[in-house]
Design a protein around this ligand. Sequence first.
Ligand code: BGC
Length: 721
Amino acid sequence: MERPVVALVGARSRAERLLDKLSLSEKIGQLVLVDGADENVSQSLHRAVAEGRVGSVINEVDPLKVAKLQRIAREETAHGIPLLIGRDVIHGFKTIFPIPLGLAATWNEELVEACAKTSAEEAAHHGVNWTFAPMIDVSRDPRWGRIAESFGEDPYLTARMGTAMVRGFQNGTEDQLLSCLKHFAGYGASESGKDYDTTNIPEIELRNVYLPPFKACLDAGALTIMPSFSDLNGIPASGNAWLMRDLLRGEWCFAGFVVSDWCSIPQLAMHGVVENERDAALQAARAGVNMDMVGGSYATHLEALVENGILAPAVIDELVREVLTVKFEAGLFDSVPRPMRPTASPDQATSLALRAAQESLVLLKNNDGLLPFSADSGKVCLLGPLADQAYEQLGTWVFDADLSRSVSVKDAFAQRLGDRLSFDCVLKTSRDKSLAGLDQARQLARECDHVVLVLGEESILSGEAHCRADVGLPGAQASLVSEMSSLGKPVVVVVMAGRPLVISDVVREADAVVYAWHPGTMAGPAICNVLFGDADVRGRLPVSLPRAAGQIPIYYAHGHTGKPVTADTLVHIDDIAPGAPQTSIGNASFHLDVHPSPLFPFGFGLSYGRFLYKDLHLITAGAKGFEVAVNVANIGERAGSETVQLYTRDLVASATRPVRELKAHKHIRLDAGEHREVRFALTREDLKFFNGSEYVFEPGRFRVWVGADSTASLSLEVQLD
Ligand code: BGC
């Protein structure tokens, strides 16, 4: 399925020949996606499929039922058109990998591709052949629940992770899934971080920040795409002809198809851009939405719209041709129906889940090398509402998870430590406000050498429609950290969450902090292995961690502004004299009551090694681009992994440019005392941007930083003519 977007010629001509044979109602059937889990639908589904009124089904994952539906579609209909069977396989099917935000924290494309391939295999064994992933909405707002399902704040990282996932799903084996990119476009910019809310994104930002991951994933071979629920600059995405016709099909030559989001076609009337559902169907079809997900509007209205001469038959033909082209291209017509088989080797999937979970963990603080614990670490007191939660550690979107294989932190610690472990959840859920069990927890902690607290958010607190305004630790968890830190024992905090939380106080009080996202099936063993040093800690933040919710949105690639804040211009609220006369204090862009930096910057993560960067130098700079090299040494006492990151800034351009942009990264692993040269080559293509009217490379001066995160200080200037 990995083809350039314009190359579907063979499939398209087969689609054309088939299209000629279909009646209007059979054509419309190909544009209808129904919910197999809806009882009202499932009772009459066989008949609807047999009559050619349904072309795709979502949420039916019983292999026997799927096989029967496919047999009806192929053998009992006039034209034998196979069904697309869709499911949200977001970060695993039976085996659950870290949430996408956690996968992004691995910065490891091969690993993400492998996870998607395994997910595809497990889902395909249940009859699924299409998934609504990856979600490649650049997300800069921790309040938005769907940040969990994203790859974070950066277009480069999102594109790299997204394309890896597309390759993993569309893997060229018989167990592959068609990938659907979502949500087109700018869904992550919903106002105030509330799901489904309005988005207003100037074209310059849309094209430089939100669109690049979509273009990259289409180039990687994705053939289907989903518009967002939200409106974009006043026009709801599901009825937005500029997005789906001018940009997607016109400028990008997209030859696949667009599926609406769940009921997003009838919701055009809710948005108030059309009078009723009939007009919603008309607007969506004209705007280029090929398939109506569950909304029923196409099934109910398209035929009459054509017969009454309101909608041109050619529009229907085009929409159907694109759907059939994808069905041919995906090999649906050519594959032989096979008996469903048991899930592919669970052992292999489990070890991949362990590796992914380990690599997703980000070490934020490690005072005095507290971690990793040594083998003779003594007794450990494990506390916290998420320490023994096989379900909550899986995160959002886990409809099909095999819960019986999910191993909690407590189980993994118990296996390693036996009677050297004491456990008490203290708080029943992450939202529990009562510290009634505190005395007992204190007692346990006093008897132990180390305290490990597993805190965060239950899975239901993030994901679709689960947005928060106060993005701190819920309930009494922060107080629990304070109480435990006051005992004088070393305290390690592990945070499992679907978003970057504001944890400034916790970080100040704890001795070590690990950010774990929702790590999935193997959360327990992964956290245990990393804390005890059996596995490297190598995750890097795919989002900035704010100091305070009022800083949101806070992201490293912000504009420079005409009045950037510096140490000299920064003023704190407490330094202002009472009765001070009006001034433009500091004359710079900052809040008076919080330091302008994030608590931890994008790209940050500690390692068990200690890395020193030096000797950054230019190797070449010419007509094609430039190459730089840097020397990285592990000056720590242990081996460790490092993610070497390269950022650039276009110093003078025709439009304002971000202060820094991530352009490349490489993983290295160095033994203690080892050093290595790392090289990066960038082309002019990598430095292009949209300046308000066109994509351009503008010759001139560029600053290049190489280092361990987005605040790297080692830099040089390159002149490119
Ligand atoms: C979500 C989509 C998802 C679809 C199908 C919608 O509510 O926005 O991302 O793919 O449901 O489950």
